[in-house]
Design a protein around this ligand. Structure first.
Ligand code: PEP
Ligand code: MG
Length: 568
C-alpha cells in the first residue's frame, strides 16, 4: 500500500499507462538569421494558441466552463507582453526560440513558486505547463494520445497538466496517480470535475511502475496498491461496487426535502468561506448557508476590507442563495486564525485571549464597518448575523445595540435593509452552554460550534496532536452540553442549528435528531450524505439510541454503540 493525497473520491481498478516525460533537449545556439527564428517562434505561439483554444472548447463542452477557464488562463499568459514580448526581445538579441521560452518561463516559475499563497504557487505550475507545451511544439515532439487509452486505464504521470487532462475520455480512465499536486491543484480540480478517483503526491510512482501493471486507486482514502494480492483485489472490487451503489443512492436525494424517517423536516445548510462557495452550496443542493466564515474575506487581502468590499461579497452570497438563509458570522479572528495586518499582539494563550467577538467589540469602528455591510446586504436576501465565541449575555446585547444604531442611521438615510434581520450567536464555549437559557432570551437563533465547544469543554487545543485522543464530540461531557443547548433553545422557541463538523458526522446525526436539532450546516460536498442519513432515522429510534448513549460512561463505549447501531 502506498500513501498519497486523496484528491478525488472513489475507487478505480485497472491497468497502468505511464505518461512518460520527454527530455526536452536542445542546443542553445546563437542564431544568425534572427528573422526566420522569430517566424519559427511566432508559428509555435500560433500553433499553441490554436491547440489550447481547441482543448479549452472541448473541456467546456465535456466538463464545464469553470474547468475550461484553466486553459484559457494559459492563453492569457502567453499573450501577455511580459511573456511573449520578453521572449521576442531575447530572440531579437540572438537567442534561439527554445532558450528564450525556457528563460522567461523559468523566471516566472521561480517568482510564483516562492509565494506563500497556494493560488500563486498554482500559477507556477500553469507556466510550467505552458513552457513544456511550447518547447514540444518547437522541438516537434508528439505526446502519447491520452484520448486513445483503453477502457479501465489508470493514468500515472509526474503531474497531470490541464492540457493532458483535457484529452481524458472519462469512460476510459479508471483512476489517476501523480507524483506531485495537492488537493487544490488543477489536476485535483479536474479529476473531481470528471469524477475520476485520483491520488496525488505519490513519491516516485512513474519510475516504480510499468505499463500494464494492475493498480487500485482509492481516492477516498488516498492510497494506491500496485499489483495487489488476490484478497486485496477482491475486497476492493466489492468496495468499488458498494461505492458505486452508494453514489447512485445519494444522487437520489438530490432535489429532495430533508426529512427524518418519520417525516419531520429539518434544514440542511452549508458552511462556506467565500461567496463563490455559495455556488457550490447551490450545486450540492444545500438549502441555505448556516455559516459564512467571514474571516476569509479578511485573510485574502492585505488590508481591512472596506464596507463596500464586504457588502459586495455578502450581497453576492445572498443573491446566489436566492432568498434562502445566509448566516454570516462576524469576524472570528485570533486563536488559530491570524490576520497579519490587524497586528494583534502575541499572546501566551491565544485560544483564551483577545479573539472573535472580544476583539470586535474592542475595535468597534471596524466592527461597525462589517455590521453595516451585512445589514446592507440583508436587502438582497435572507441574511442573518451570527456572533462567534460569546461567553456572556453582554456581548450579544452590545452587538444588538450596534445593529440598532445602524438601522436607525439607515432609516434616516433611506438605505434599504431587512427590518427583521436576525442576530444569533454561536454556542461554542462552556460558558455560553451553561447559560444557554439566558442566552436564548437575547439571541434570535443558536448555532452550536462543536469544533470549539469540544476544545473548550475538554480543555484540549484542537490542533495539538498529543492531546487529540481527548478531542472527541462523543465525550459524555460534550454530548451533555449539546443536549442542554438544544433543550434551552427549544424551550425558548428559537431555532437551534449546528455548524461544527459534528453536524455531518453519521454517528452524531441520530443523537442530534433525538435532541431536537432543527438545522444541520455541513460542508457542501456532504449535503447528500447527511440528507441520506437523516432520512434513515425516526425520532423514536433516535430517542432509544440516545437514551442508551447517555447512560454510558466513556467515549469509547459511546462510539462503539453508535457504530454498532449505524444505519448505512
Ligand atoms: C466551530 O467552532 O465549531 C465552528 C464552526 O467554527 P470554527 O471551526 O470556524 O472555529
Ligand atoms: Mg469556532
Amino acid at each position: 500500500m502506498i500513501n498519497g493525497i486523496a484528491a478525488s473520491r472513489g475507487i478505480g481498478i485497472g491497468s497502468i499507462c505511464v505518461i512518460k516525460e520527454h527530455e526536452l533537449k536542445y542546443e542553445a545556439v546563437k542564431v544568425e538569421d534572427v528573422e526566420s527564428e522569430k517566424k519559427r517562434f511566432d508559428d509555435a505561439i500560433e500553433q499553441f494558441k490554436a491547440e489550447t483554444m481547441e482543448m479549452a472548447e472541448d473541456i467546456r463542452k465535456r466538463i464545464g466552463p469553470k474547468e475550461a477557464e484553466i486553459l484559457e488562463g494559459h492563453l492569457v499568459m502567453i499573450t501577455d507582453p511580459s511573456m511573449s514580448g520578453e521572449m521576442g526581445k531575447m530572440i531579437a538579441a540572438g537567442q534561439c526560440a527554445e532558450s528564450a521560452v525556457e528563460a522567461v518561463c523559468d523566471m516566472f516559475i521561480g517568482m510564483f513558486s516562492k509565494m506563500d499563497d497556494e493560488m500563486m504557487r498554482q500559477r507556477a505550475s500553469d507556466i510550467s505547463d505552458v513552457k513544456v507545451s511550447l518547447l514540444k511544439i518547437l522541438l516537434g515532439i508528439e505526446d502519447v494520445d491520452i484520448s486513445k487509452v483503453a477502457p479501465g486505464t489508470i493514468l500515472v504521470a509526474r503531474d497531470l497538466t490541464p492540457s493532458m487532462t483535457s484529452q481524458i475520455v472519462k469512460e476510459n480512465v479508471a483512476g489517476i496517480i501523480t507524483e506531485v499536486g495537492g488537493k487544490t491543484s488543477h489536476s485535483a480540480i479536474l479529476a473531481r470535475a470528471l469524477e475520476i478517483p485520483a491520488v496525488l503526491s505519490v513519491p516516485d510512482i512513474t519510475s516504480t511502475v510499468k505499463d500494464k501493471d494492475t493498480a487500485i486507486v482509492d481516492g477516498t482514502e488516498g492510497v494506491v496498491y500496485i499489483n495487489p494480492e488476490g484478497d486485496v483485489l477482491s475486497q476492493y472490487i466489492i468496495k468499488r461496487e458498494e461505492y458505486i451503489k452508494k453514489q447512485a443512492e445519494l444522487q437520489g436525494f438530490m432535489g429532495k426535502e430533508t426529512v427524518t424517517a418519520d417525516g419531520k423536516s429539518v434544514e440542511l445548510f452549508c458552511n462556506i468561506g467565500t461567496p463563490k462557495d455559495a455556488k457550490k452550496a447551490m450545486e450540492c443542493d444545500g438549502e441555505g448557508i448556516g455559516l459564512f466564515r467571514s474571516e476569509f474575506l479578511f485573510m485574502d487581502t492585505n488590508h481591512l476590507p472596506t464596507e463596500d468590499e464586504q457588502f459586495a461579497a455578502y450581497k453576492e452570497a445572498a443573491e446566489i442563495m436566492q432568498g434562502r438563509a445566509v448566516i454570516i458570522r462576524t469576524l472570528d479572528v485570533g486563536g488559530d486564525k491570524d490576520i497579519p495586518y490587524l497586528n494583534i499582539k502575541k499572546e501566551e494563550n491565544p485560544f483564551l485571549g483577545y479573539r472573535a467577538v472580544r476583539y470586535c467589540l474592542g475595535n468597534k469602528d471596524s466592527y461597525m464597518v462589517q455590521l453595516r455591510a451585512i445589514v446592507r446586504a440583508s436587502a438582497f436576501g435572507k441574511v442573518k448575523i451570527m456572533i462567534p465565541l460569546v461567553t456572556c449575555v453582554e456581548e450579544i446585547r452590545a452587538v444588538k445595540e450596534m445593529v440598532a444604531e445602524i438601522k436607525k442611521d439607515f432609516d434616516e438615510k433611506n438605505i434599504a435593509y431587512d427590518k427583521d434581520i436576525e442576530v444569533g450567536c454561536m454556542i461554542e464555549t462552556p460558558a455560553a452552554s451553561l447559560i444557554a437559557d439566558i442566552m436564548a432570551k437575547e439571541a434570535d437563533f443558536f448555532s452550536i460550534g462543536t469544533n470549539d465547544l469540544t476544545q473548550y469543554t475538554m480543555s484540549v487545543d484542537r490542533g495539538n496532536a498529543d492531546v487529540a485522543y481527548l478531542y472527541s464530540t462523543f465525550q459524555p461531557s460534550v454530548l451533555r452540553s449539546i443536549k442542554h443547548i438544544i433543550e434551552c433553545g427549544t424551550a425558548a422557541g428559537i431555532p437551534v442549528g449546528m455548524c461544527g463538523e459534528a453536524a455531518a458526522d453519521p454517528l452524531m446525526i441520530p443523537l442530534l435528531i433525538s435532541f431536537g436539532l432543527t438545522e444541520f450546516s455541513v460542508n457542501p460536498v456532504l449535503v447528500l450524505t447527511a440528507r441520506c442519513i437523516i432520512s434513515k432515522w425516526s425520532k423514536a429510534d433516535a430517542d432509544a439510541l440516545a437514551a442508551k448513549v447517555l447512560s454510558l460512561d466513556t467515549e469509547a463505549e459511546i462510539v462503539a454503540l453508535l457504530k454498532e447501531s449505524a444505519k448505512e
